[in-house]
Design a protein around this ligand. Structure first.
Ligand code: 6GU
Length: 262
């Protein structure tokens, strides 16, 4: 899978892509991240990428020309089709022969990133990510270039770069072969709509704290049921709103009824 990242600060991406799983994914050819410096597409001696907002007020706004030039220069201007999560026919994705490439704007006003959106993006072979800086983008970037807008949470970052890294990381680990573990991402917190159960490893006793005996019992059916109940318990305590959307069996529901009763 290829990500084209449009940013004013490509250096931010360097070390995160040179460590651990992302590094390995790149080395094995499962991940490609092309960094494009928006400033390289700005005209004039000073290659200006921001300007004062029309109507006044504080802060600077990212100019449309360098961002359009960068994205269209890299992806081509192609036929424009609809992108994901996009009901607005006025918005567009650049379609490149085989498939549509989502053009995602990272902004605090975007739809809130979650595991479902990571799965959606993992369906594509190629995704473009545009990182904002300053107070925001000229609205025409949003309306006529981007096909999707993503925020990674209800707080404000100095720019979209860290958010883009979050998206790359969460999406790429869903691709087969990226995680060493054959069960892959299927046991993750949020994969099933529940938080993950607690994990233990050796030693069986550490500073007087014992690992649950059931995990050492070798009884796989019992271990599976214990883990499921722990996941339900943890979700019920910490993130009860997740239970409304989780896939629950009748046994799960009975366990939750018992919890509520206690
Ligand atoms: Cl995508 N960008 C910025 N600047 N702040 C954020 C964000 C994105 N997501 C949450 N906060």
């Amino acid at each position: 899978m290829r990500f084209d990242v449009f940013t004013l600060f490509p250096g931010i991406f360097e070390s995160p892509l040179k460590e651990s799983m992302l590094k390995r994914a790149i080395e094995s050819g499962l991940l490609e991240v092309q960094l494009h410096n928006i400033r390289d597409y700005a005209e004039g001696r000073h290659q200006v990428t921001d300007d004062y907002p029309y109507g006044g007020g504080g802060g600077m706004v990212m100019k449309p020309e360098p961002v359009f030039a960068a994205v269209e220069g890299v992806l081509g201007t192609g036929d424009r089709g609809l992108g994901i999560g996009d009901q607005d026919a006025g918005q567009s994705a650049i379609s490149n022969r085989q498939s549509t490439i989502p053009i995602v704007l990272l902004t605090p006003q975007g739809r809130l990133f979650n595991q479902q959106i990571a799965l959606e993006l993992a369906q594509y072979d190629r995704v473009a990510l545009i990182c904002g800086r300053y107070e925001g983008f000229d609205e025409r970037i949003r309306e006529h270039l981007a096909t999707d807008e993503i925020s990674i949470g209800d707080y404000v970052l100095t720019g979209g770069e860290l958010a883009a890294l979050v998206v790359v990381d969460a999406v790429i680990r869903l691709k087969p072969g990226v995680l060493g573990d054959p069960t892959g991402a299927s046991d993750d917190s949020h994969a099933s709509g529940l938080l993950e159960y607690p994990h233990y490893t050796r030693p069986p006793e550490f500073r007087g704290w014992r690992a649950p005996e059931i995990l050492l019992s070798g009884d796989h059916a019992k271990v599976d049921r214990w883990r499921r109940e722990q996941a339900l318990l943890r979700t019920w305590r910490r993130r009860p709103e997740l239970l409304d959307r989780a896939e629950l069996s009748e046994l799960d529901r009975a366990f939750l009824r018992q919890l509520a009763h206690e």
